[in-house]
Design a protein around this ligand. Structure first.
Ligand SMILES: NC(=O)c1ccc[n+]([C@@H]2O[C@H](COP(=O)([O-])OP(=O)(O)OC[C@H]3O[C@@H](n4cnc5c(N)ncnc54)[C@H](O)[C@@H]3O)[C@@H](O)[C@H]2O)c1
Length: 510
């Protein structure tokens, strides 16, 4: 059988990883061309090369497929064009930077009846295949909850999500869509057949912010005083020069090139001066059919770069940590499985190519649609998680915005010596105000106010903020009793009090 011929768009880290398959499996995969504006192409290339993905797709080269390993923001346009040209596509995740972009690609896939396989390499890795097999075998009964930690490690997180390509959400997608689509994909796969019904998420950029910059630190590590650098774990020299595990991100890994890169490139910037807004930690809570609950936690400040998952079932537990799978049944002996792993992403980079070639060669248009639909499901959950503070399940069309946390406006009001959290429309009872029923009351004792995205906290009150109440009347609270007894005087007194409360509706928060 002839090898599958593919044009690779974007010859960076991922593009090179996919291209390597052509060397190790020449009967399966052949490079039909490479496109990249800056990358150095292999000196022995016998195929055409271009400076842009558009030029590559316009060249009319004979090929079966296109591998899209371009920056996130170029996935949508390039995938649509590749499909319209009749190519099958191996598309790096995320499928699109917004849900609408994903929907566009799904529609184009159905129209053109081509394959779009998403770069979810982990589900092809032997470790995760084995884990899925153990869960599906029923070894721990029915799953009741899953706690999944995606620990990025402080070095990798500083590299990619603070200094690097994914530091500013507007340039691509939110952290959950970019980084955690792998995790959402695994969760979808582990819970196959069940559907996520509810989702909510919390997270923020807590630490890599300008206000946390140490005294005396400068905007680039090369200018930073030694006394400040030595106390900083994120110092570029420690991350790229003293250690070597992140050097694979650069075309030239020599000491000299790394020092030059720290001096001149964005990767030599102080982590507190990168203009980044990507969250550094986020938690997602999900409820699936039948009551299964799942917690996904993304954490930047971990020592190790790993994923640790704890599965609880009606007949036991499984603990998996990317190295070993511990099965702890309630009846019978515990076992530990250590799957064989070799290659990048635990062998997933190689195995996904094997699957891609197989699908291009043998699958039907119905199968192609099913493959993309499965990947869309996890994207949909990731977009919803980005968007949600607490929302129920929504369908394709309803999930439209990306990356913005859209909460309702609220204020924390101080009144009658108490703090009350209020939102517009809330009906509240507060200590009596001297305002007649039917009148409005404007309270300026606002301790904090949020418009849904930005929180302002006062010292103690937020200047210029107010909460407008529409007063309905006055009621009496439940009776409170005060009993006083004086032992030697034989006096016993029981006093009752009903506090008068103003009943009001929150009309506006400004
Ligand atoms: N599946 C995974 O596990 C995984 C891991 C990392 C990254 N990714 C995804 O893979 C994609 C690529 O990431 P990467 O780490 O290889 O990034 P990268 O920056 O190393 O590679 C991207 C390449 O695209 C090239 N490029 C930019 N504009 C171009 C254009 N107009 N035409 C042709 N080429 C162009 C760049 O020069 C660069 O070489 C991203 O979407 C990323 O989110 C997936």
């Amino acid at each position: 059988m002839k090898p599958v011929r593919a044009i690779i768009l974007g010859y960076g880290i991922r593009g090179r990883a996919y291209a390597a398959y052509a060397k190790t499996h020449p009967d399966e995969f052949e490079i039909a061309g490479l496109a990249d504006p800056v990358a150095e192409f292999p000196a022995d290339a016998t195929y055409p090369t271009w400076k842009s993905w558009e030029a590559a797709l316009d060249a009319g080269v004979e090929a079966d497929a296109v591998v899209i390993s371009l920056p996130d923001r170029l996935h949508h346009k390039s995938c649509l064009k590749a499909l319209e040209k009749g190519y099958h596509v191996l598309l790096e995740k995320p499928i699109g930077c917004t849900w609408q972009e994903c929907v566009d690609i799904a529609e184009a896939q159905k129209r053109t009846k081509r394959l779009v396989l998403t770069g979810y390499v982990l589900r092809y890795a032997p470790f995760y295949k084995k884990l899925r097999e153990v869960i599906a075998s029923g070894a721990i009964g029915e799953l009741t909850s899953v706690h999944h930690l995606a620990a990025i490690s402080y070095g990798k997180a500083a590299h990619a999500y603070c200094r690097g390509n994914w530091s500013v959400e507007e340039k691509g997608t939110g952290m959950l869509v970019n980084k955690c689509t792998h995790d959402f994909d695994l969760i979808e796969w582990w819970t196959k057949g069940k559907r996520c019904k509810k989702i909510t998420s919390f997270g923020s950029l807590m630490h890599w912010r300008p206000e946390n910059k140490p005294a005396g630190a400068t905007d680039r590590c090369k200018d930073c005083p030694e006394s400040v650098r030595e106390k900083c774990p994120f110092d570029a020299y420690k991350i790229y020069y003293d250690r070597t595990d992140l050097r694979y991100h650069f075309a030239d890994e020599s000491d000299e090139a790394i020092l030059n890169m720290i001096e001149k490139s964005p990767y030599g910037r102080c982590v507190y001066a990168c203009g980044n807004d990507s969250v550094d930690h986020q938690t997602v809570l999900m409820e699936y059919d039948g009551g299964l609950t799942i917690i996904l936690e993304m954490e930047s400040y971990s020592q190790q770069r790993t994923r640790i998952t704890h599965f609880y079932g009606t007949r036991g537990e499984i603990i998996a940590d990317e190295h070993k799978i511990e099965i702890l049944p309630f009846l019978g002996d515990s076992t530990t499985i250590i799957p064989q792993q070799h290659g990048h992403h635990g062998g997933g980079d190689r195995e996904i190519m094997t699957e891609f070639v197989k699908l291009v060669r043998t699958a039907s248009p119905e199968r192609y649609s099913a493959v993309l639909d499965a990947a869309l499901e996890s994207h949909r959950i990731a977009f919803l998680a980005e968007e949600s503070s607490s929302i129920s399940w929504m369908n394709h069309k309803e999930c439209g915005r990306k990356g913005k946390k859209t909460m309702e406006a609220y204020a924390v009001l101080e009144t009658g010596g108490k703090q009350v959290l209020v939102k517009v429309g809330d009906k509240i009872e507060i200590e009596k105000l001297s305002v007649e029923a039917g009148q409005d009351a404007e309270l300026t004792t606002v301790l904090a106010v949020s418009d849904g995205t930005t929180l302002k906290v006062g010292k103690p009150y937020v200047e210029g903020a107010k909460v407008v109440l529409s007063v309905a009347g006055v009621v009496k609270d439940d009776k409170v009793y005060n009993f006083k007894a004086k032992r030697r005087k034989g006096s016993r007194r029981l006093v009752g009090h009903r506090q008068q409360l103003t009943v009001a509706t929150v009309k506006a928060i400004a």
